[in-house]
Design a protein. Sequence first.
Length: 402
Amino acid sequence: MWALRATRLFDGERVIERPLLLVAGGAIIAVRERGIAPVGVPLTDLGHVTLLPGLVDAHVHLVLPGDPDPVGAVDVSADELISNARRAANACLDGGITTVRDLGDRDYVTVGVRAESARDPMAGPQLLVSGPPITTEGGHCWFLGGAVTGRSALIEAVRSRVARGVDVIKIMASGGEITPGSRSWQAQYTVDDLRMVVTEAHRSGLPVAAHAHAVSAIERALAAGVDTIEHATFRTRDGVRPDPGLIDRLAAAGTPVTVTTGFSPEGPPLDAAVRLRTAAALRAADDMRRAGVRIVLASDAGISDQKPHRLLPFGIIRLVEAGFPPVEALRAATATAASACGLPRKGRVVPGADADLLAVDGDPTRDIRAVLAVRAVYRGGQQVRYFDPEKWHDTRSRRSGY
Ligand SMILES: [Zn+2]
């Protein structure tokens, strides 16, 4: 057993001053306010830092390296594909992201990466993976290899993913932005198709994550009983039109909605139309929060050159800019994200949780930009990153502009 002290703790729900954590066997044993370490228990005092649960990114694409051309980026050798995924997983830890749900790879390479970071906490976060997303022929992200046609093929697609050992089934309920020829404002499946996929996945104990930009696709995904709705940007042909009735139904159902936002300050500027659309989608996210929808924050890292891996903290800042109180933005990327992913030991710093921790300089519950000032990262009680403030300029953290 060992003890860890800091100035402040956000435990996933609330703030505790001068916390003392007791850690054993990779898990949190106790959290005491203004506590003193028991005699004989080694103490690490991190000084003036705020401890947070290790961040949970509920939607990334590890095989996509954050390249302007995602179609070309996966048209590479098997070796290159897996080394890109490894590098992306490793980068997550630099940003304090200790749990990641990958919602779309090619050739199931993330299944192997999941095993590697389970063996070695320094290699990457704990991973949940979906394998290739299920989509239509020529539909959104067809280039990841998950396109099928016909109802029996949909059932077969779920079964083959179950056989490969995935954690979640991902289906593209609408078109998307990054696939040439795809229309994000149009649904790709009927309610019956989606319901069939949900039934088959649930039969094997797996949840379903549905990508849905189009208003019609959000509606159908909700009606079909999917477990998380990804993006929910309320796309129509002309732009973004949040539907208050649908928002109320999302809140009543309690279905978690994954808001994917955040852009690298070092990436190329967004073009004007995208900037307007993403701003409108962010306002819709705040509308959903106010209406009581369970909001999960995720990055969708990898899909473009504005979305490098370890992007999640920038999304937290954007939520606050959109109107989220800082603690609610932090909760969306920790406790709510973990519960939406079905991971009760993640996203909280409470007795019984895994000792996945992020220590940052400053107080992000007051000034959210402090989430960028990573000092230390722990996975299962093991320190996997430490950035020495004396050598701040030498660290990857600052050198890359984060
Ligand atoms: Zn995605």
